[in-house]
Design a protein around this ligand. Structure first.
Ligand code: GLU
Ligand code: ZN
Length: 287
């Protein structure tokens, strides 16, 4: 089987040093194994994705010296596959519609212990389960939030839930990572599989896309380590292989703050206009 890595940016802002690190790492790892590096454009959120940012991604990555296979997979073209997967999970009784607002969730999540702040999981506030007990309509309505019934999903899974980490999580987690049912139920919970108006959530699309692209190794930032717990559950539910993961350090600014897309100051294109070279960028991220 061919060794394949990927870089999967969202075209919602400029690529910064952190993205350059992820992309270069994925590229170098593929080269070192005589494998393949793929680029995927994660543009399911049409309210935030912009063609200009997509063009800038191609331009910056080309400048960095990366090459990839065309055509590039774009998530906006994969909606039918995402819907088909949702329909299958719905038919298994593992999905339910949720009509809660953010505020409803915050209130219900903090209700049991007055004064205790609600807990956050990899998908935001851990969902308190309000809509889980409402009988499902005959079919999922388009344009509603759909959640995974985690407790039921776990009952359907016999395999031990594990993945192999070749980098490290935020607390240094590495090697074989074992996910307990209790942790998944209590600290991850009923995550969102489809967002109103978007058709699919990041978690569903990324899992289906990594599978369809036969990705062997996923290098990405440590901030996504706990999202991997969700991805492993979805892979097992849908009978998809689990790639190896390599979560890497986050590139921080001089003040130690994590770089975000809006930090234009660290945009690759600005370094380019300042006359920096691709070798300078590699040195800055420690590659
Ligand atoms: N599209 C995501 C981002 O730009 C990355 C997803 C992933 O690597 O799994 O943050
Ligand atoms: Zn709800």
């Amino acid at each position: 089987m061919k060794f394949i890595t990927r870089f999967a940016p969202s075209p919602t802002g400029p690529l910064h040093l952190g993205h350059a690190y992820s992309a270069l790492l994925a590229y170098d790892m593929a080269r070192a194994q005589n494998g393949q590096f793929l680029l995927r454009i994660e543009d399911i959120d049409s309210t935030r994705a912009r063609p200009e940012w997509e063009d800038q991604i191609y331009d910056d990555l080309g400048w960095l010296g990366l090459t990839w296979q065309a055509p590039v997979l774009r998530q906006s073209e994969r909606m039918p596959a995402y819907r088909a997967a949702l329909t299958r999970l719905w038919a298994l009784g593992l999905v339910y519609p949720c009509t809660c607002s953010r505020r409803d969730i915050a209130e219900a999540a903090s209700a049991p212990q007055e004064g205790v702040p609600p807990a956050f999981g990899p998908d935001g506030l851990i969902y308190p389960g309000t809509c889980r007990h409402v009988p499902n309509p005959a079919a999922p309505l388009p344009n509603t939030v759909l959640r995974l019934n985690m407790a039921r999903a776990l009952k359907a899974l016999a395999d031990p839930l594990t993945f192999v980490e070749t980098g490290a999580g935020p607390a240094g987690e590495t090697g074989e990572i074992v996910l307990s049912h209790n942790m998944l139920r209590d600290e991850v919970g009923d995550i969102i599989l489809a967002r109103a108006g978007l058709g699919a959530s990041y978690h569903l699309s990324v899992v289906l896309d990594d599978a369809v692209q036969n990705i062997s190794l996923v290098p990405r930032g440590q901030d996504l380590f706990t999202a991997t717990f969700i991805h492993v559950v979805l892979q097992k539910l849908m009978g998809l292989p689990t790639p190896t993961y390599h979560h890497h350090k986050l590139i921080r600014d001089a003040a130690g703050k994590r770089l975000a897309k809006r930090d234009d100051a660290r945009a690759i294109r600005l370094y380019r206009t300042e006359g920096k070279t691709p070798a300078d960028i590699r040195a800055m991220v420690g590659l």
